[in-house]
Design a protein around this ligand. Structure first.
Ligand code: COA
Length: 332
């Protein structure tokens, strides 16, 4: 059957999402990206056909393609600026998927070749693949991608978890909630942001660290799903030295989504993180949740040990692959 590769159109969105969500149900594909890209794709096509394109700055623009067989979308590829990194690093995030019934016919290779032609300006490309997708992992390895991180997605099943007794905290350390703290200190935000960033800097990700900006932190804290009575802070006197917090998940009312745990370097190795994260577990139990989910890098052995002790078990892993340089031609 003849295969056509073209830029996406607005009516492709549902078909792309159906293919993507069948491959990766844990990471639902947002309609908004494909709706927006379909709008810009039309403009790019028009400019290309009249040769009046004002070239976007390299690596500044998201692009996408779909593969069609018999008029139906059977595959997609997208390239977006990796979120969480400053623009000057130009890490491009790829997605690539072919509907199961249409694999091994060259469609994935054609989509990848097409999108690799649009990677000028990116310093490197990244793609996330579930570890169970062994064919996709091998396909990408044969085309210059290599694993650089592995994210463990973990579940704490509260219906099966025995009661866990908190261990005593080190001398002088207390645990409170953001809600209680706000009653005494109406403006703890900058101090919490600085604490969070100091902890983020020590995540063993292998990536250069860029502190997330304060305005983004304030936006996150305005999200009503972040529960201020499930936002635990460890204090040494008046100083914030650790935090652990969780958020409601709109589509899973029985599940609490753990967000982040961190403790300042000089207070580590004394059970503060375990005490904070156990407070999240206790909150979840007492508010009727049946599970807590969290994610930790495989390389983060201290956090893995805390999670293991609290009964978190692996649901699946996500292999994060990179291709550096991004634009060497495919050898296949
Ligand atoms: C990875 C993926 C996109 C590959 O798609 P695909 O359309 O099967 O890719 P291709 O057909 O181009 O290539 C697959 C293999 O089939 C081979 N092949 C191509 N045409 C063929 C044919 N007519 N007959 C037999 N084999 C063929 C290719 O050579 C390739 O093998 P190789 O890697 O040894 O060269 C697809 O497996 C997929 O969607 N997987 C799940 C998605 C996923 O996890 N994506 C990454 C996360 S976003």
């Amino acid at each position: 059957m003849e295969i056509t590769i073209r830029r996406p159109e607005p009516h492709d969105t549902d078909q792309v999402r159906a293919i993507s969500n069948a491959i990766y149900p844990e990471r639902p594909e947002a309609a908004s990206f494909w709706e927006a890209i379909a709008g810009t794709a039309a403009a790019v096509e028009a400019a290309e056909s009249t040769n009046t394109a004002t070239a976007p700055a390299p690596g500044e623009q998201s692009v996408a393609f779909v593969a069609l067989a018999g008029g139906a979308v059977v595959g997609y590829a997208s390239l977006r600026l990796e979120s969480g990194f400053p623009r000057q690093w130009h890490y491009g995030r790829l997605t690539l998927g072919v509907a199961a019934a249409h694999r091994r016919q060259g469609i994935g290779s054609r989509l990848l070749t097409r999108i690799l032609a649009e990677t000028a300006g990116y310093a490197e490309l990244r793609i996330r693949v579930k570890d169970s997708e062994t064919e996709a992992l091998a396909f990408l390895q044969r085309r210059g991608f290599h694993e650089h991180q592995r994210m463990l997605h973990l579940v704490q099943d509260l219906t099966a978890l025995p009661h866990l007794t908190p261990q005593p905290l080190p001398e002088g350390i207390t645990i409170t909630t953001l809600e209680a703290e706000l009653a005494e200190n109406p403006d703890p935000w900058l101090a919490i942001h600085e604490l969070e960033n100091a902890c983020f800097a020590d995540i063993p990700s292998g990536d250069p660290f860029a502190p997330p900006p304060y305005d983004g932190f304030l936006r996150m804290m305005a999200d009503p799903n972040i529960l201020r009575d499930c936002f635990f802070l460890a204090k040494a006197g008046a100083r914030y030295v650790g935090l652990s917090f969780a958020a409601r998940l709109a589509d899973q009312p029985d599940t609490l989504g753990h967000r982040f745990t961190g403790v300042l370097r000089e207070y580590r190795g004394q059970g503060v993180a375990a005490g904070l994260k156990l407070a999240v577990t206790a909150y979840a139990r007492s508010h009727g949740y049946t599970r807590v989910i969290t994610a930790t890098l495989d390389a983060n052995s201290p956090m893995r040990a805390v999670n293991e002790a609290l009964g978190f078990r692996r649901a699946y892993s996500e292999v994060r692959m990179r291709r550096v340089p991004p634009d060497i031609p495919l050898t296949k």
